[in-house]
Design a protein around this ligand. Structure first.
Ligand code: GMT
Length: 375
């Protein structure tokens, strides 16, 4: 099948899922066309069946806001006609489902039917999409998609609660390529991050308010009082400066490393002993799954889709939002005893295997067939 994928090309979870899905589909013989404003960060290689088409928005001084949706829907129309694309899969409702719908309608005028699958990822529903300024357009885009998916049961429930959805929502979870798991890196790699007797605790995110970065620092602050450890902070975003100030205020600068955005997340994770994800809300928590496949137990909140991913007292522990004290205690309980730590590491890896790419990608393929059947 010839499939167009529209997504955010950045380090965010929705872009990562869309890119990994596109790459997996191309390996299964489909022709995949990424249509977005920049080449997706995780899209390493273009080939005969994996293409990237850049959406350009010409700057015009009259416009206070440059009309990206307009440029995207026009590009979609052109690419669908040029490459005979049969399926459109948009990731993140805003503004992709809206632009996709416009492209669909323009193509219909020319007798071309383009089925559209919309995948909801989380903040497009729970934070941004829910804003009254966007809500009518998001509701319309969801109801006018041929197939709608959500990345967790929790996100499906939230969508039904927050929007007047007339469409059936299919749950297709985030996934992971378990074959990419790095076995273990040598001691020399580990020594670059921490001393031999120190545990490595990691957090990976886009450092937005919803990630509660101050809680990450405070949980670590409490853990390091009991367990010799280092905190590795991977990613970048608006809360980074606040976190650096807090680390300085607490006098733990020598124990915290801010790596910024990295293409080597799996390497860092493969050296880690504990992962912290104390988010305010999280539709799934792809970062937790990426930690788990690398054998890293997760200390998370129990919000949104996290309980569908992280299993209490098995792959880690879950606490109420803001319960820094309990999250630190749980972290200490995992790290204190080597045998216990090993058990949690094995469990985390086993739990991640439930989300293997090989079982999830066919779910999308089936939904493409379902969308096509509507023609
Ligand atoms: O919050 C992020 O890290 C980015 C955000 C996005 O839109 O890219 O991630 C959302 O989608 C991911 C992929 O489906 C989910 O795993 C994340 O849980 C979700 N983030 C939130 O719900 C806050």
């Amino acid at each position: 099948m010839k499939i167009a994928i529209v997504c955010y090309p950045t380090f965010g979870g929705s872009g990562v899922v869309a890119t990994e899905l596109g790459m997996a589909l191309s390996k299964r013989g489909h022709e995949v066309h990424f249509i977005t404003y920049k080449q997706p960060v995780r899209l390493e290689q273009l080939s005969s069946n994996i293409h990237f088409h850049e959406v350009n928005v010409p700057e015009y001084p009259l416009f206070h806001y440059q009309p990206y949706e307009l440029a995207l829907s026009s590009k979609l129309v052109d690419m669908v006609k040029l490459h005979k694309i049969e399926m459109l899969h948009v990731h993140y409702a805003i503004p992709h489902a809206y632009a996709g719908y416009m492209a669909k309608k323009m193509l219909e005028e020319e007798g071309i039917f383009l089925p559209m699958v919309t995948t909801l990822h989380g903040t497009d529903i729970t934070l941004v999409g829910n804003h009254p300024f966007y809500k009518p357009a998001v509701t319309f885009s969801i109801n006018n998609s041929d197939v709608v998916t959500a990345v967790s049961q929790s996100l499906k429930t939230d969508t039904m609660r927050l929007f007047r959805v007339k469409k059936e929502i299919e749950v297709v979870p985030n996934f992971i390529d378990t074959s990419k798991y790095i076995n273990s890196l040598d001691r020399c790699h580990r020594n670059m991050l921490a001393a031999g007797d120190e545990k490595i605790i990691t957090h990976v995110s886009n450092f937005r308010k919803v990630k509660r970065i101050d809680d990450v620092v405070m949980i670590f602050y409490n853990i390091q009082k009991e367990i010799k450890s280092k905190l590795i902070m991977v990613g970048n975003g608006p809360e980074r400066e606040m976190a650096e100030d807090l680390v300085a205020e607490l006098g733990i600068e020598d124990k915290v490393l801010f790596l910024g955005e990295s293409h080597e997340i799996d390497k860092v994770l493969s050296l880690s002993d504990l992962f912290l994800l104390p988010s305010e809300s999280e539709s799934f928590g792809l970062a937790a799954l990426e930690a788990m496949v690398n054998g890293v137990p997760v200390i998370s909140t129990n919000t949104g889709g996290l309980p569908e991913v992280n299993k209490e007292a098995f792959s880690g522990f879950l606490s109420g939002v803001g319960n820094v004290k309990e999250m630190a205690e749980n972290g200490i309980s995992i790290l204190r005893d080597e045998e216990n730590l090993k058990r949690f590491k094995d469990n985390a890896r086993n739990q991640a295997f439930n989300f293997d790419i090989l079982s999830v990608v066919p779910l999308y393929e089936n939904l493409y067939k379902k969308a096509l059947d509507k023609t």
